[in-house]
Design a protein around this ligand. Structure first.
Ligand SMILES: Cc1cc2nc3c(=O)[nH]c(=O)nc-3n(C[C@H](O)[C@H](O)[C@H](O)COP(=O)(O)O)c2cc1C
Length: 179
């Protein structure tokens, strides 16, 4: 292998997989901050960083969110916490042609968060919210997230209670070399 290749980083990317079932082991505050720091390290168009992270824990997660949301319910019910990655409208581009960049920016942050969670031994799953209006509304009602933000996804997180095998998605037919 090329000596410049960072094996641990690649291992982390290649072994991440969606985890929907968790043990009851608690997640420390430091670990929560570590994964959110990783999320905020993501690239964003013009470095606008148009994201906000809502951390949901404890009773609110189990009693309110898991019972209210129709999707991701199973994962949310046994997760230790969930993080909503939301677009912060005050940081969106004003130009109509660029305004949707917030979706890519928040997606990059969400993927960083998933990878960081995996790197510290946690399991997580991206539950899509945006652009489905009913999911956005449900999540707003369950959390009180205001109109200043657009919830893009909710990520239940906890220590995995079983070992999950990553899926092999390599498909050379999806690559075209244009040279
Ligand atoms: C935009 C998006 C929306 C998703 N929504 C859900 C969801 O609502 N519920 C769920 O259980 N998983 C959801 N997932 C996770 C995918 O099902 C999962 O990433 C996919 O099956 C590939 O599996 P892997 O993550 O283990 O590689 C979503 C993933 C993405 C990127």
């Amino acid at each position: 292998m090329d000596a410049t290749i960072n094996k641990p980083a690649l291992d982390c990317i290649m072994t991440r997989t969606s985890v929907r079932s968790y043990s009851d082991k608690e997640i420390s505050k430091e670990t929560v901050e570590t994964i959110i720091r990783a999320a905020m390290a993501a690239p964003s168009a013009m470095n606008k960083q148009p994201w906000h992270f809502f951390v949901i824990r404890g009773e609110q997660l189990r009693d309110t969110i898991a019972d209210t949301l129709e999707y991701g319910r199973q994962s949310l019910r046994n997760a230790q916490m969930a993080i909503v990655v939301a677009g912060d409208k005050s940081r969106f581009f004003e130009e109509a042609e660029s305004v949707d960049y917030w979706v890519e920016d928040c997606s990059a942050a969400a993927e960083n968060l998933l990878l960081a969670a995996h790197a510290v031994g946690l399991g997580a799953v991206w539950c899509g919210v945006y652009p489905i209006p009913s999911r956005i509304e449900q999540l707003r009602r369950a959390t009180g997230i205001s109109e200043e933000f657009v919830p893009m996804c909710i990520i239940p997180i906890g220590y995995p209670d079983t070992i999950q095998e990553p899926k092999d998605k390599w498909d050379p037919a999806k690559v075209t070399y244009l040279d």
